[in-house]
Design a protein around this ligand. Sequence first.
Ligand SMILES: *Cc1c(COP(=O)(O)O)cnc(C)c1O
Length: 370
Amino acid sequence: MLWLPGPTHVRPEILAEFAIPPIGHRSAAMDEILERIDPHLRLAFGLESSESGVGVSTSSATALMEAALLGVGERILCLVGGSFAKRWCNIAKTLGKDVYELPVDEGQVVNDMFLADVLDHEGPFDAITLILNETSNGTYTDPQPIVNVLQAFPDTMLLVDVVSLVAGAPIKLEESCIDFALAGVNKALALPPGASVFACSEAYVDRVRQAQRKSWYLDPIRMLDGHRERKTPTTPTIPHYRALARQLEDISAGVNLPADQRRDNAADNWQARYDVHARMSATVTQWAKKRGFEPFPNSQAISPTVACLKSGAIDPKRLVASALAAGEEIGGGYGPHKASTFRIGHMGDHTEAELTNLLAVLDECCASLV
Ligand SMILES: *Cc1c(COP(=O)(O)O)cnc(C)c1O
């Protein structure tokens, strides 16, 4: 089974959606697919009441990291505590933005006093980029303390990457005053790679609509309007839209939950899915401690969807290879942590029973390696 921190395992029912022949993207049938997607996607982003928009992009998530920055202004504060955060920072620099890079110790969350100080002395900033779930090192950042600090800086937009988090933990765009949130579909949404989703605040749309956006394909307003008006600007990845509709409906119906956890109400089934991931995270952490693998992140910042564990005396490459030989594909370390960590993506539609199985296999692998 595929336990990478993306792409992750895709259920056969979802794969089957990709075998359905294409339809015209200007057809009533396509409009219907979009109608099916929207209410559930709004739920995933915590947009139950507002008019804020959601959209789908025919691209991987990185394209939306670029799109999010296009019209927000020039002065950008990038919080950098891992490889994906660094990528966003590099994208901002590539776009010619005036970037202030704030390093955050990997595995830690940003210190809010320190952040307030930077905002005071280096600003004003037009936007902040923040990765909520740094897949490269398994670190989760609760946005709330940052949101609290930002209350004194209402003109600074909060842009968040929730790539490996959406559908794995609650995202509360409205409540957390997030202005733009983006995610690929191949992580906690458990679809094959090739599309991404986003949501944005009305304030974001108002600002960006008036600004110059130096891209046509990646213009977030063009994507948003196209989605809302059911006129996608370009030919979308129709099979992904179809599979996304199915997957979102399935999550709302609790299809992938054990029968005794399934509820009648969509919001409850989303919460039950989040609970599954939280329990899986706790299970892996417990197992890791027993095995002598220390979690890479601070204990307060352990991701609900991806475990990054220090491999100690064991060579992570050998552990990954040994698991693969036993039919389980886990992730190696990422970037600077390649030689010292390994990662288990317990995201998407993985079940707790499958995780128990995986950990038993890893136990055997560890025994054979020492
Ligand atoms: C996977 C990932 C991305 C990038 O996704 P691509 O599919 O490579 O575009 C960005 N941010 C995070 C946190 C990710 O996990």
